[in-house]
Write a protein that binds this ligand. Structure first.
Ligand code: 0RA
Length: 656
């Protein structure tokens, strides 16, 4: 019996069995897509797109188009072979399309050879997307015709696959609306999707991904949503080489050519392929991105381990051969060779095994040796063929090693002087400490300028609030190593006052205050200083930021006097709102800086926990500050110009 004889809306035997097929997915969505929150929602799109990407990896599709519609639906099309439309071998009364969409784990490719790697972290198949949708339509172009089928809530077919017009084209279009009863939220975030598609395009050369947002509000926060909607195209002619170039675009590369090599091996039924692109730049950040089957392995795993071992080993070996490391000298450490390294390691496996809660770590043990041996051989060769680049890279490793030893000395010295261990004797002279030693209730204000520092000292609650005045601008740590940074008096004073150590050695247990509050003027200079401080804390005291100890104080910009009463406004819009909402004769004055406030005003507006406003800094914001600093203060001029012209007048960045 075919279901086209079944009236719509009634349950045929068939649709009941189909319902049973997908029911586990609706009962426990988390098991299939991780969560029913925003991540899970976006996962639905990835799942469909990954199927198209598989078709591209197999050499059949060259274009994927993703469109966000106003009704909350998403449409994903590709120009691949199209899902087979004929009867399915195991369910001869159903089309393969229907089986792929209604049976769990029927998503894998069968028949046909081709290079199949399962995309998607979960790789659960599009039947899961169907199960978690309110409505889904599929259109296939194949075997000379268009074919379509629609599914209702939970993936129940509304009829069989139907044959439509003639066409010579091939491809698959999946149009679905996530079920609002399943997901906590059904708003797609454009930036999240865009980042993923950009990344995918780098990892799958010859694939073009077109991404269009046709929603009227567009979830747009950047203001670039025009009447016609928003569209971007992602494609990378040189694949991960382009990726590395983009990652390094706001930094200065230390050598001209981007390293690039690959290798392949079969072990039993496991086919392994690795491709690496890398280039060192003049920052101190290690930025290694790894992927398995086009999926980001944020927590690394065996492929990254193999890469790191080979990198350290090969660079040491070559440095010895070239006499850059002499017999008496220590080997480069792993950190030395990765300082300033931007790399992409992309692995494709027929049978990946992921580990950990988030499945973002590769577990296959055979991959480690494979990647290690490819990188050993190919990197050795590359270094031989690129003499000038090699010299620059190896010299950099050597400098990093020297700096590491110098930093260790500086730290040892600092520790001996008590600077880093928070011993009272080692506290900086400028610190005006609080009396309480119960850390959870205490706050350290990092205050811009001595005069504002003075006001803050008189204004503070001496029981719980400590003040560290900072003079002038903090050193820009973007292009500074830890050792050099510690030579800067302001940096050393902050490190000493916090007492929790620095760099890899941060110990939050030792942090001397519950809150670290940045207090600077509400003007451009103030925000510059804030950005530098955030960058410093983010780079060298990451856990202090990530554990939520860092805040930004919000001093007001305006004071309005209504007779005896004083009211404050933090911004111009707030000022207008205030003036509009009140009667009386207002006297408005603008604070030029913190120094203009007297102690009472400072206490009332900025320091009193009952009346002040504080903004807690998240890692994302600190990372953004970091990126802003890279662009504004790194050594490359172009991105800086570009950034300034794009964001001039956009207060979001300067006003973190
Ligand atoms: C099953 C088998 C084949 C291709 C596909 C599924 C397929 C699925 C999706 C999902 C989105 N786009 C897709 N493109 C293809 C192999 C077909 C053959 O051997 O000809």
């Amino acid at each position: 019996m075919s279901s086209d004889t079944t009236p719509k809306g009634t349950y045929s035997e068939e649709s009941i069995s189909v319902l049973e097929g997908l029911e586990p997915v609706r009962r426990r969505p988390g098991m299939y897509i991780g969560s029913t929150g925003t991540d899970g929602l976006h996962h639905l799109v990835y799942e469909v797109v990954d199927n198209c990407v598989d078709e591209a990896l197999a050499g059949f599709a060259t274009k994927v188009e993703v469109v966000l519609h106003d009704d909350g639906s998403v449409q994903v099309s590709d120009n691949g072979r199209g899902i087979p439309v004929g009867p399915h071998p195991q369910y001869p009364d159903k089309s393969t399309v229907e089986v792929v969409l209604t049976k769990l784990h029927a998503g894998g490719k069968f028949g046909g050879g081709g290079y199949h790697v399962s995309g998607g972290l979960h790789g659960v198949g599009i039947s899961v997307v169907n199960a978690l949708s309110e409505h889904l339509e599929i259109e296939v172009q194949r075997d000379g015709y268009e074919w379509m089928q629609a599914f209702g809530k939970g993936g129940i077919p509304e009829g069989p696959l139907r044959k439509g017009r003639k066409t010579k084209a091939t491809g698959t279009t999946v149009h679905f609306r996530p079920d609002a009863e399943i997901f906590e939220e059904v708003d797609f975030d454009r930036a999240t999707l865009a980042k993923r598609f950009q990344e995918t395009a780098y990892l799958v050369p010859n694939l073009t991904i077109v991404f269009r947002d046709e929603r009227s509000k567009g979830g747009d926060t950047s203001g670039d949503q025009s009447e016609e909607g928003w569209e971007r195209q992602y494609q990378a002619r040189h694949g991960i080489v382009d990726f590395v170039e983009a990652l390094n675009s706001s930094r200065t590369p230390l050598h001209r050519h981007i390293l690039h090599f690959s290798g392949e091996r079969n072990e039993g039924d496991q086919t392994m392929r690795v491709e690496v692109a890398a280039q060192w730049n003049d920052t101190y950040t290690d930025s290694v991105h790894s992927f398995v089957n086009v999926v980001n392995t944020r927590h690394g795993g065996t492929h990254e381990e193999g890469f790191r071992m080979a990198l350290t080993g090969t660079l040491n070996k070559t440095a010895r051969e070239l006499g850059i490391l002499r017999e008496s000298e220590e080997n480069f450490s792993g950190d030395d060779v990765r300082e300033g390294l931007t790399a992409v390691v992309s692995v494709k496996l027929t049978h990946p095994q992921f580990e950990g809660q988030t499945k973002a770590k590769l577990g296959n043990t055979e991959v480690k040796g494979f990647v290690r041996s490819v990188v050993n051989d190919e990197l050795t060769l590359w270094l031989k063929q690129h003499k000038a680049d090699s010299k620059a890279i190896l010299k950099r490793c050597k400098d990093a090693g020297n700096a590491r030893r110098a930093a260790r000395k500086a730290r040892d010295l600092a520790r001996r002087k008590g600077i880093l261990d928070g011993a009272d004797a080692g506290l900086p002279g400028k610190l005006v400490d609080c009396q309480s030693s119960d850390r959870s209730g205490t706050e350290l204000f990092l205050v811009e300028g001595d005069s504002a520092g003075g006001s803050a000292v008189s204004a503070r609650d001496r029981e719980t609030q400590a003040i560290l005045p900072l003079r002038g601008k903090l050193l820009n740590v973007e292009r500074t190593s830890l050792g050099r940074a510690l030579e800067n008096a302001e940096v050393a004073a902050i490190a000493a006052a916090l007492g929790c150590g620095i760099g890899h050695e941060v110990d939050l247990e030792q942090l001397r205050y519950g809150k670290v509050i940045l207090l600077s003027d509400a003007d451009v200079d103030g925000s510059h200083i804030r950005t530098l401080l955030l960058t410093f804390l983010f780079r060298f005291m990451t856990p202090v930021v990530s554990e939520g100890h860092v805040y930004v104080a919000q001093p007001p910009l305006y004071q309005v006097r209504f007779g005896q009463e004083r009211v404050y406004a933090g911004s111009e819009p707030e000022l207008h709102q205030l003036l509009d909402s009140r009667n009386g004769n207002p006297v408005v004055s603008r604070f030029k800086g913190l120094g203009e406030m007297n102690a009472d005003q400072l206490w009332e507006t900025t320091m009193n926990p009952l009346t002040r406003r504080l903004v807690r800094i998240t890692v994302e914001e600190a990372a953004l500050a970091d990126e802003v600093v890279s662009k504004l203060m790194g050594s490359v001029v172009e991105p800086r110009k570009e950034w300034i012209s794009q964001n001039a007048g956009d207060a979001r960045f300067l006003d973190i």
